[in-house]
Design a protein around this ligand. Structure first.
Ligand code: LLP
Length: 444
């Protein structure tokens, strides 16, 4: 077998379906995203680095706008937020879903219109509510009974705030136990089954300074089927009809949350957005007609599906170890920049970049540099047998819930975020340094 053929097999380069659409193969085992060679990004900005393809983020925002022309699409900031991300989402016509004063203030100070922002959270702090009211946030989503009086008091008798109610529709969906939020055995929302949601609605309607614009639900994350959304929507429409019957109030909005699943490895299923949009709309129209209800405006809140596939993590190999049957390839990042494999058992598909391998593929465990055995980035990865220190690994689908959940473990420091677009690379968020740690550490 020639080296060239070997390299194709060894790198698994044939299937780029989970990579950003701008991804191109370069000579000598290279890969370019957004017109920029990933190996060059690694050399110029060092590793670990997170590369974000601006065109891919914008393209995904447009896909949502096209698929949901009659709905409001709110990007869920928890997946990843930076000032550039705020600008891209704003320019592409999306709204924003935030869940803390931090996310909210970053967005508004970066120029995002507060009326297009929705605040979530099962435990909103005084600071969250203060920021939301001060900045004039569009809607606050009420997550529990105790929030009603709190928000009403904070708004004051002369004030006015639009709110929604987060309902738990009793639908189980999501890629992992920790990210299923549609049933009553978890901390979010107000139950539809035990009457808590209806009760909260009645109390909110009794608060003149709170304007209830609609109902919200978010049944889980990394959902790859349309059906659970349809079941949830049917139940939400049923509740809207009951609210109309009981209180004579027709709520104008229905927020079906996010959770749209993506593929992390070639061949994995992803949620079909066009099918989701079409079938949600059809179900909504039919359900409302049957209940003789005015069709509410639909809202959706995707996070992962907007930014996940636009990100690529770059690591440098530091060590290779053969232990028993296993080959461990250790890189210069790990669970401090990506805790997802440790938390949810997610599997990624890393790829060697920047050189042509001279050996065929073998099953490899890619581990991080942190001080625990669970610091695994990719188990059962097919990587060339000649991987050695100094090699570069790129991990696609790294844009969502990696850096936003990054930690300061071992004071390794969070990686830089580098945007690539039309052949140019620029730093969006600089690497965390020892000076950053020292400047926060003000006692002795
Ligand atoms: N709306 C609400 C109210 C949410 O709680 C979430 C995510 C979203 C929208 C966006 O969901 P997405 O479209 O991104 O799936 N850390 C986990 C995911 C946690 C999701 C939390 N809520 C992970 O890495 O998979």
């Amino acid at each position: 077998m020639t080296i060239a053929v070997l390299s194709e097999v060894a790198t698994g380069a044939e299937d780029l379906s989970i990579w950003p659409a701008s991804t191109r193969r370069l000579p000598h085992g290279g890969l370019a995203v957004g017109g920029v060679s990933l190996a060059e990004v690694a050399d110029r900005f060092e590793t670990p680095a997170y590369v974000l393809d601006e065109g891919e983020v914008r393209g995904r925002c447009r896909t949502y706008r096209d698929a949901f022309p009659d709905a409001d699409v709110l990007y869920a900031a928890k997946a990843f937020l930076s000032r550039a991300m705020v600008r891209w989402v704003r320019e592409e016509g999306l709204g924003l879903d935030v869940c803390s004063a931090g996310e909210l203030e970053l967005a508004v100070t970066a120029g995002f219109p507060p009326e297009r922002i929705v605040l979530h959270g099962n435990a909103k702090s005084p600071r969250d509510l203060e920021a939301a009211l001060r900045l004039g946030i569009g809607r606050i989503v009420i997550d529990g009974p105790s929030e009603i009086a709190r928000i009403a008091a904070a708004v004051g008798p002369e004030g006015h705030q639009r709110v929604m109610v987060r309902v738990v529709p009793g639908v189980s969906a999501g890629g992992h136990d920790k990210i299923r939020t549609g049933t009553d055995d978890q901390k979010f929302g107000l139950s539809l089954t035990d009457g808590a949601a209806q009760h909260a609605v009645a109390r909110i309607l009794g608060q003149p300074q709170l304007e209830l614009t609609g109902l919200h639900c978010h049944i889980g994350s990394q959902i790859t089927e349309v059906k659970p959304y349809l079941v949830a929507l049917r139940r939400m429409v049923g509740l809207m009809a009951r609210i109309r019957d009981t209180h004579g109030v027709v709520l104008p909005e229905l927020d079906m949350g996010g959770g749209h699943g993506i593929a992390y490895r070639p061949g994995e299923p992803a949620l079909d957005l066009t099918a989701l949009a079409r079938r949600l709309r059809a179900e909504l129209v039919a359900g409302c007609a049957a209940a003789r209800l005015t069709v509410p405006r639909l809202l959706v809140e995707p996070g992962r599906a907007v930014v996940g596939p636009a990100g690529v993590a770059l690591y440098r190999v530091l060590a290779v170890k053969h232990t028993g049957e296993k080959v461990f390839v250790a890189v210069d990042g790990g669970m401090s920049d990506n805790p997802r494999p440790a938390l949810y058992g997610v599997r990624y598909a890393p790829r060697l970049i920047g050189r042509v391998p001279t050996a065929g593929p073998r099953t490899t465990t890619v581990v991080g540099r942190h001080c625990e055995a669970g610091d695994i980035l990719a188990s059962d990865a097919e990587l060339p047998g000649d991987i050695h220190p100094g090699d570069l690994l790129a991990v696609p689908v790294a844009g969502a819930y990696q850096l936003s959940m990054a930690s300061g473990y071992n004071l390794v420091g969070r990686p830089a975020v580098v945007a690539v677009h039309e052949g140019a690379a620029r730093v969006l968020v600089r690497r965390e340094t020892l000076d950053d740690f020292r400047s926060r550490d003000i006692g002795d």
